[in-house]
Design a binder for this molecule. Structure first.
Ligand code: ASP
Length: 308
């Protein structure tokens, strides 16, 4: 068997990232943040670690970075709080965990991983998820920890309306975060985390915490993490669709991603993108929006970082 080259890809959200509003300073800030966050997971793969540890570590770093809409820097809900969603999947055994509408959890991806490993369930929500978090010594933070000025301004603009927006489409970009990885043992993993959409209400749940939609990993096919307008991604069952096109129709990763992101989603009106790695180490980072914060790297190879 050919030797496997481990690799990782991350995203920091897709949407209308206007070139005109992205000053050179902001561009540098995002590039720097993406560089740091991919480095965290890359190092694990380089040292012979697992794909599931690599994606957990990169997504935790992305959650801690206030530029992105996950963990610290999560968007505001209609009532002025923060409700976060996250999920993770291990392609080696199809185990998965997710949390939705959680508040005050410093790193929702750590909670999702703990759900996967210790709960016997796949998806926990709000109060129950927080109770489970307390029992498992997951770190909590006060509400103010998640507040950022940019997110506050975005929310102020639409809080008196019925609108809900992709965070990137109001004033400034920034977004949901995710990571996918292949390790030296041939195992794939995917993880995604988000604050959802600005001004969301009624405990709205997007695609991010739902296994098979915002996140999916299967060693026989690929690992996927999505970002974009969740309602359309749910209706398109995006992540699993890419995997199915490979598994049942024999499409390559590139062909499957192209069909789902630039044809099926576009026809439905769904804006966004995804990051994907297949079991051979091919990497695809497609999006149908103006931009997507993204980075990828094969172990020993050059690092790729781009926004548009
Ligand atoms: N997919 C996320 C959601 O709909 C938002 C995003 O990707 O920015 O909650």
């Amino acid at each position: 068997m050919d030797k496997i080259t481990p690799c990782i890809a991350i995203h920091g959200g897709a949407g209308t990232i206007e070139k005109s509003t992205l000053t050179p300073e902001l561009h540098d800030m995002y590039t720097h943040a993406l560089n740091q966050c991919i480095q965290a997971g890359y190092r694990i793969l380089q040292q012979g670690g697992s794909a599931i540890d690599a994606v957990t570590t990169s997504v935790t770093a992305l959650e801690n970075e206030p530029l992105f809409n996950a963990g610290k820097g999560a968007v505001f809900t209609h009532s002025g709080g923060h409700e976060m969603d996250a999920s993770i999947m291990d392609g080696s055994n199809l185990m998965a965990g997710g949390v939705t509408c959680v508040r005050n959890i410093k790193n929702p991806i750590m909670l999702a991983r703990t759900v996967m490993e210790k709960s016997g369930f796949v998806l926990l929500s709000s109060d129950g998820a927080e109770e489970f978090a307390k029992l498992n010594n997951i770190a909590f933070e006060p509400n103010e920890y998640f507040d950022t000025d940019t997110r506050y301004q975005q929310w102020q603009k639409i809080k008196d309306s019925e609108f809900m927006q992709l965070d990137h489409n109001v004033n400034l970009k920034k977004g949901t975060v995710g990571a996918v990885a292949l390790d030296q043992y041939g195992n794939l993993a995917a993880a995604t985390s988000t604050g959802g959409m600005t001004n969301k209400r009624y405990n709205r749940i997007g695609d991010t915490p739902i296994v098979g939609i915002g996140t999916y990993a299967n060693n026989n096919t690929c690992a996927i993490s999505c970002t974009g307008h969740g309602e359309y991604f749910i209706r398109s069952v995006v992540a699993y669709d890419v995997s199915c096109l490979m598994e049942y129709k024999g499409l390559s990763l590139q062909e499957a991603c192209e069909l789902v992101v630039n044809d099926k989603l576009v026809k439905l009106g769904g804006e966004g993108g995804l990051i994907a790695i297949d079991h051979l180490g091919n990497i695809e980072l497609p999006f149908n929006s103006e931009g997507m914060y993204r980075a990828s790297q094969k172990v020993g190879g050059e690092r790729f970082i781009a926004i548009h």
